[in-house]
Design a protein around this ligand. Sequence first.
Ligand code: HPA
Length: 235
Amino acid sequence: MPTPHISAEPGDFAAAVLMPGDPKRAQRIAEQLFEEPRLVTDVRGMLGFTGEVGGRPLSVMGSGMGQPSATIYSTELYRFYGVQRIIRVGTCGGMSGSVHVGDTVVALGAHTDSSMNQQRIPGINFSAVASFSLASAAVAAAHGSDSVHVGTIISRDHFYSVPEGQPRKLADYGVLGVDMETAALYGVAAEFGREALTVLTVSDHLFDHSVEMSSQERETTFQTSLTLAVAAALS
Ligand code: HPA
């Protein structure tokens, strides 16, 4: 039965779902990975597709931007469609000096300034962590590449309003980059006892504005993240 935000029928989604923020990217990923992508939902333009990679079922669906949107879609996928693992493939702003534009970040854990996970268990500062087995599979697929980094990120609520000095402090604590969805996704996965992982391409750097990627470079570097995400999804 369709949910409030997903029009697919039970069984339409594979057990593993790749989840970019942008629904149009979900479509491009589906067209790239699947010989015959099947559109399974398009409520509010949040496109979801199912197909096969090497004979293995896989789905891809957009999450929209921000933790509330990612929470709605991941909750409905886990709760109503029996999805076992969600792998977010997105972009982040680089923070640590060790990451560069075009690099890939595998998010082991996500700090957050959002209250969404605080509301889960009153009094508890929830630890938003990735599935160890999915993270291991993604890291193994990177074959020790210098441009793939593994560590923490920050999932912020505001894109534009950033407290003075906060990003620098986070970078001092080794935080690799900033996105707007992962902490919530990891919280939802914990709620349902399922798996989640985020693999991000560094699209810009908060402290280094010297590198601008062409759209071609953006697409090429995104392929690395996608390769790691697919490896995790099918592991
Ligand atoms: N902030 C939040 N999310 C992002 C950013 C950023 O600077 N860059 C890419 N995703």
